[in-house]
Design a protein around this ligand. Structure first.
Ligand code: ACO
Length: 426
């Protein structure tokens, strides 16, 4: 028998079905709430609202679980590649060897960016943030590649094109920002190796591709590949619900990710750690400021809307951070500050009481620094990683026959009706 929830309002009882997910998560289906009761729900920040059903990603914030299409992220980080994980997220199954080869070939075919696009890049003011540039350029892709997306095959090409070109575009924006010659993608290199090469190869010094860094980048991107209905993914779904093209929806996701409370936190963490370093390594001052309700300062890279325990991605990122620094023989003073800060926060009663643990961004910046990725490119790195997730979520939503235009309600608390006052009577 279907479970129901009863709502008693104005003396009448209304029943609403309870929906249950594969992992036992339950929700009240309020599709008919307004129709039956005249009421809407009020849930700022949507902390209690399921916006959709989805079979892409499962996370349990209390137990620290994250799975893509059922597979634990730990297993994917250990055994998979970013391309294979992207395929899994978008298509729902792991690819066969042949399918993986086909997709890799497609990535090569699609990896070049229209030469005219470079002109746009050159016209952004010096010092423009790469996230603003990336968001604009992804939106501009629609003008350069206006193919329709009505046929399955065309959607697949658009998806592959986007995944392949974003990597080229990100590296291109870095090269142009430095006033250097753009390095083109190479067909003999893997997705991650190609990216590092496009970033760091120069006509006067060939880039040595370190396989440990390639592996680290694979893991970094796998860990960021999807995270169910977070701020940027919800932006992609909401914007996509107006039936805009994929590029426009993803451009909205990139813009949403930019914020320091979301993907921008990886840049903010490094800035915070550097500030603590300049402050003589005063960890306690940072903790005290984060606890102080009159101070707007927060410990960046700490806390999460869903995780109330250690973020499983942060665990892997931390291990990788140690491994890569040791392997490359790098002594990064920010790692020492991060370790001390983590220890202090995890034993501080405020952080314990508020269930505040390191999230994925806490150690990721140190990994990116080891790869020599400039700080203002950190969130771009996150965006490249999140792309398969955004695409999978967008695809799922447009394929869902029940998916409607996203349009929340509000409770108006402004002035009651009043008359317009002519200018000279005000
Ligand atoms: N430092 C200090 N206090 C914090 C922190 C933090 N990093 N995060 C949350 N809190 C406190 C809040 O002050 C609040 O305290 P109160 O209940 O005593 O008033 C309580 O914890 C709950 O905080 P909310 O902001 O309501 O929690 P929410 O779920 O909305 O926020 C968020 C989650 C935005 C991630 C928050 O923890 C934060 O700002 N963290 C720092 C930024 C960050 O690292 N973002 C990356 C998140 S992961 C990602 O998006 C990729």
């Amino acid at each position: 028998m279907t479970e129901t929830v009863k709502i008693i309002y104005e003396g009448k009882t209304h029943e609403f079905p309870v929906v249950e997910g594969t992992e036992g998560e339950k929700a009240i289906d309020i599709l008919q709430l307004r129709q039956k009761t005249g009421l809407v729900t009020l849930d700022p920040g949507y902390a209690n609202t399921g916006s959709c059903t989805s079979d892409i990603t499962f996370m349990d914030g209390e137990k620290g679980i994250l799975r893509y299409r059922g597979i634990p992220v730990e297993q994917l980080a250990e055994h998979s590649s970013f391309i294979e994980t992207s395929y899994l997220l978008i298509n729902g199954v792991l690819p066969t060897r042949e399918q993986l080869n086909d997709i890799s070939d497609l990535f090569n075919d699609q990896s070049l960016v229209h030469e005219d696009m470079q002109k746009f890049y050159h016209n952004f003011p010096r010092g423009s943030h790469p996230m603003g540039i990336l968001s604009s350029m992804v939106n501009a892709l629609r003008s350069f590649y206006p193919e329709l997306q009505t046929i399955e095959e065309e959607i697949n090409i658009t998806v592959t094109r986007l995944l392949s070109k974003v990597r080229t575009m990100a590296a291109m924006s870095y090269k142009i920002s430095r006033g250097h010659k753009v390095v083109y993608p190479r067909s003999d290199l893997s997705y991650c190796a190609n990216f590092l090469n496009m970033m760091f190869d120069t006509p006067v010094k060939s880039y040595y591709i370190d396989e440990d860094l390639v592996d680290a980048l694979n893991v970094f991107w796998i860990l960021h590949a999807d995270h169910e209905q977070n701020c940027s993914t919800s932006a992609v779904r909401l914007v996509g619900s107006g039936r805009v093209n994929l590029y426009a929806a993803i451009s909205a996701g990139i813009a949403a990710l930019w914020g320091p409370l979301h993907g921008g936190a990886n840049q903010a963490v490094i800035e915070m750690l550097s500030d603590i370093q300049k402050d003589g390594g005063n960890i306690q001052r940072a903790i005290d400021r984060a606890r102080d309700k009159k101070d707007t300062f927060r410990l960046m890279g700490f806390g999460h809307r869903v995780y109330k325990t250690y973020d499983p991605r942060a665990k892997i990122m931390k291990e990788m951070c140690y491994k890569i620094l040791e392997k490359l023989n790098i002594d990064d003073p920010l790692l020492d500050i991060a370790k001390e800060l983590e220890e202090a926060a995890l034993t501080d009663d405020y952080f314990v009481d508020h269930n505040l643990y390191p999230n994925v961004d806490f150690y990721s910046g140190i990994v990116l620094r080891a790869m020599k990725i400039p700080t203002n490119m950190f969130t771009v790195m996150f965006a490249i990683g999140r792309l398969p997730g955004w695409i999978a979520q967008w695809k799922e939503s447009i394929d869902d026959p029940k998916w409607r235009l996203g349009r929340p309600r509000q409770i108006y608390i402004g002035p009651e009706k009043r008359d317009y006052i002519p200018m000279d009577e005000r």
